[in-house]
Design a protein around this ligand. Structure first.
Ligand code: PRP
Length: 193
């Protein structure tokens, strides 16, 4: 690649054929865990109206489900970021590509991520949002690839700790595809016969 800058979506080599493999987490397991997370957030934010900040695009499906699982009034907004790296590794350079439409000053904010990998995206977002003086700032991640962590981050609500596998479905993509799948499945390389 000779230092060529590429979007992080290239983490899984696009020159290799891949197919949907085994289901890692089923739709029923996801729904049960999202319900538990919603209850926990509802207890912690009783009497308040948190703002869920979903990180586009992967977290859209999770954010929408989580919003409905939280038994207190909650607002919802979105941000988009891009991170760039060479080849299969992120360089850690994160850039804001779409900002919130709401002010979060004085609000109780919960950042909602689909997957926390190196931790760089969430670390950037935490720093960025903290400068806007929210009343509180928490993080909820559906999937946590703990073994991939490069930057220490405190995750307040975790759906599932998963191994370092390329996962698609429930909002997560491979090269823009497979976000619509209701289960979380492993993307596997196709071995030539
Ligand atoms: C994924 C995910 C997080 C980020 C986590 O986004 O949604 O935002 O990567 O990785 P990190 O912890 O190493 O920073 P992606 O770039 O795949 O974009 P998408 O959500 O639009 O699919």
């Amino acid at each position: 690649m000779d230092g060529e800058v590429q979007p992080k979506a290239s983490r899984a080599d696009t020159t290799v054929d891949r197919r949907i493999g085994r289901i890692l987490i089923s739709r029923d397991e996801i729904a049960a865990r999202v319900a538990e997370l919603g209850e926990a957030i509802g207890r912690d934010y009783a009497g308040r109206t948190p703002v869920l900040v979903g990180v586009l695009k992967g977290a859209v499906v999770f954010t929408a489900d989580l919003l409905r699982a939280i038994p207190v009034p909650a607002a919802m907004d979105f941000m988009a970021v891009s991170s760039y790296g060479s080849g299969t590794r992120s360089s850690g350079v994160v850039r804001l590509t779409a900002d919130l439409s709401l002010s979060i000053e004085g609000r109780d904010v919960i950042i909602v991520e689909d997957v926390i990998d190196s931790g760089r995206t969430i670390s950037y977002l935490r720093r960025n949002l903290a400068t806007r003086h929210p009343r509180s700032l928490a993080l909820c991640g559906l999937l946590d690839k703990v073994s991939r962590r490069e930057v220490e981050v405190d995750v307040d609500y975790v759906g599932f700790v998963i191994p370092d596998e390329f996962v698609v479905g429930y909002g997560l993509d491979y090269d823009g595809r497979h976000r619509e799948l209701p289960d979380l499945a492993v993307l596997e390389p196709v071995t030539p016969s």
